[in-house]
Design a protein around this ligand. Structure first.
Ligand code: G6Q
Length: 550
């Protein structure tokens, strides 16, 4: 039964009484305005908040009542969320379709913790790899690790894609403030040669180290870029194969493929099949992050993750930040029919955070069948997107304020600036408050008219309001805070997946395109006209491309 442990019920979610109660409740309150909700309860703005591990969540500007919350929490309880949380942390194989445990939480467990996979405590291995990473990072950062010609390493390039890229890129950008500014960090992911060409164009191979990050070490993009990197490096270092050992390290679960590539396994940093790609930024996949910010900061980030893990695992749902955020997302997605969630960090260093979240949320919960293989009867995974504030305000916020779609928003902000410059930070935070206020309360036709607006212009200047948002506040963007923030979203995604009864940890949807591309590559490269057996559109595109690339 262990492999099926994740399947609690095969009863369609929409058929459950609590779901029906939520649907009926939605009908009752769908037109209720936030203006009314706030007018009726002067304590709402302080009451509907929760604080944990240094993150403050204001969820009062959501279109919910106490009854909504009570029903959503009942939904979580009846979905056996606590059992599923415990199963994940315990190492049960909750990724049913891949028969794997899901233990990113073990990556940030303290040294003396125990987490068992197939009867083996994995925590000592986790810390052994972290210690090796720390030793390596210190040697690179101090200049003790020398390149083939005896020069110190000044440039680090992470080669990876998807989960082996987005986390490292996001974390590097987010924590740039803490990084060694004498070093250059770049990230190559795309099969488009431009990505590699631009990453190395101004770099000296004798000072450049490549981290080849791939769980499987078979991914088309990463292996193609890794081979190109190998050629570039060898060409710049006189073709001496011995130089590889000084300029290439690997992060992988696949020692055999790493060796085949020519990287000694003593230069390989291991992780495990119970770490999903999009949940791997605090495994060895974070090696570039550790080299950039140093082992101590990296460990602080892990500590941040762990604090949120513990909060999620042990806190009653009413005060549980990831649970609350996950439930609110369900509320808008499945009852209001909202298609998307906008994530709006008012922190320039978090500019890649929305892109990171897109994989975390959409690869995890973009699923159309339940754990037992039945078609879901409700929408799953909303589309996550966003840009840092205040830039977005001068672009797509128009649609959020006055468009015809409902876009729930997560605003993320920090009390202390990392680069305090004059009045900048107060102005930044004023914009966070102003946006959430404007979205919630809007501006009525009467208010617009009272300002002396000509009658014909009034409708254009009306803000309906009633547009929901969460505000997440923390003291300052530190490695520890980043860990908390990422774990918050990881567990919110988990909460949603449990309620939808889907497998949040597989990603079969990315397979078909990969297989088809492998078939098409030789058709594009063939010297003679290949026989094409695709549909007429694909055949035509291949023929057009072959002709025009001559
Ligand atoms: C993430 C996915 C996917 C994966 C990449 C890279 O959850 O599994 O994005 O991370 O396809 O895979 P490799 O690390 O095996 O190269």
């Amino acid at each position: 039964m262990a492999a099926r442990a994740g399947v609690i019920t095969s009863r369609p979610t929409v058929k459950r009484q609590v779901w029906k109660d939520l649907a009926a409740h939605y009908k009752k309150i769908e037109d209720l305005h936030l203006r009314q909700l706030f007018a009726d309860d002067p304590t709402r703005g302080t009451r509907l908040t929760a604080e944990a591990v240094g993150l403050y969540l204001d969820y009062s500007k959501n279109r919910i009542t106490d009854e909504t919350l009570q029903l959503l929490i009942q939904l979580a309880e009846e979905s056996h969320l606590q059992d599923r949380i415990d199963a994940m942390f315990r190492g049960d194989k909750i990724n049913l379709t891949e028969k794997r445990a899901v233990l990113h939480t073990a990556l940030r467990a303290p040294r003396d913790a125990s987490v068992f996979v197939d009867g083996k405590n994995v925590v000592p291995e986790v810390h052994a790899v972290l210690d090796r990473m720390a030793d390596f990072s210190n040697r690179v950062r101090s200049g003790e690790w020398k390149g083939h010609t005896g020069k110190r390493i000044r440039n680090v390039i992470n080669v990876g894609i998807g989960g082996s890229d987005l986390g490292p890129v996001m974390a590097y950008e987010a924590l740039k403030h803490y990084s060694d500014r004498n070093m250059t960090f770049r990230f190559v992911s795309n099969i488009d040669g431009t990505d590699f060409a631009e990453a190395v164009r101004d770099l000296d191979p004798s000072e450049t180290l490549f981290i080849i990050s791939s769980k499987t070490f078979t991914t088309l993009e990463t292996m193609t870029n890794a081979h190109t990197a190998r050629e570039w490096s060898l060409a710049g270092l006189g073709g001496d194969e011995k130089s590889i050992a000084k300029h290439f390290v690997a992060v992988s679960t696949n020692a055999a493929e790493v060796t085949k590539f020519g990287i000694d396994t003593s230069n390989m940093f291991e992780f495990w099949d119970w770490v999903g790609g999009r949940y791997s930024m605090d495994s060895a996949i974070g090696l570039s992050t550790m080299v950039a910010i140093g082992p101590e900061n990296f460990r602080a980030m892990l500590h941040g993750f762990h604090q949120m893990d513990e909060h999620f695992r042990t806190t009653p749902f009413q005060q549980n930040l990831p649970v609350l955020m996950g439930l609110l997302s369900i509320w808008y997605n499945d009852f209001f029919g909202a298609q998307t969630v906008a994530v709006l960090p008012y922190e320039q260093y978090l500019k890649r955070f929305p892109a990171y979240l897109q994989q975390l949320t959409m690869e995890s919960n973009g699923k159309h069948v339940t754990l037992d293989g039945k078609t879901v009867r409700h929408d799953t995974g909303p589309i996550y997107w966003g840009e840092p504030g205040t830039n977005g305000q001068h672009s797509f916020y128009q649609l959020i304020h006055q468009g015809t779609r409902l876009i729930p928003c997560d605003f993320i902000a920090f009390s202390k600036a990392l680069n305090p410059l004059g009045r900048h930070h107060d102005m930044l935070i004023a914009n966070v408050c102003a946006q959430t206020e404007a979205l919630a309360f809007g501006k009525t036709a009467e208010q617009v008219a009272a300002e002396g607006t000509p009658k014909w212009l009034v409708p254009h200047r009306v803000f309906e309001g009633n547009r929901p948002s969460n505000t997440i506040l923390a003291e300052q963007l530190t490695p520890e805070t980043l860990g908390k923030l990422v774990a918050l979203y990881e567990h919110s995604v988990f909460t949603q997946g449990v309620i939808w009864n889907i497998d949040s940890f597989d990603q079969w949807g990315v397979e078909l395109g990969k297989v088809l591309a492998q078939r098409i590559i030789p058709e594009l490269e063939s010297k003679t006209e290949p026989p094409l057996a695709h549909d007429s559109s694909t055949n035509n595109l291949i023929t057009y491309y072959r002709k025009s690339k001559q």
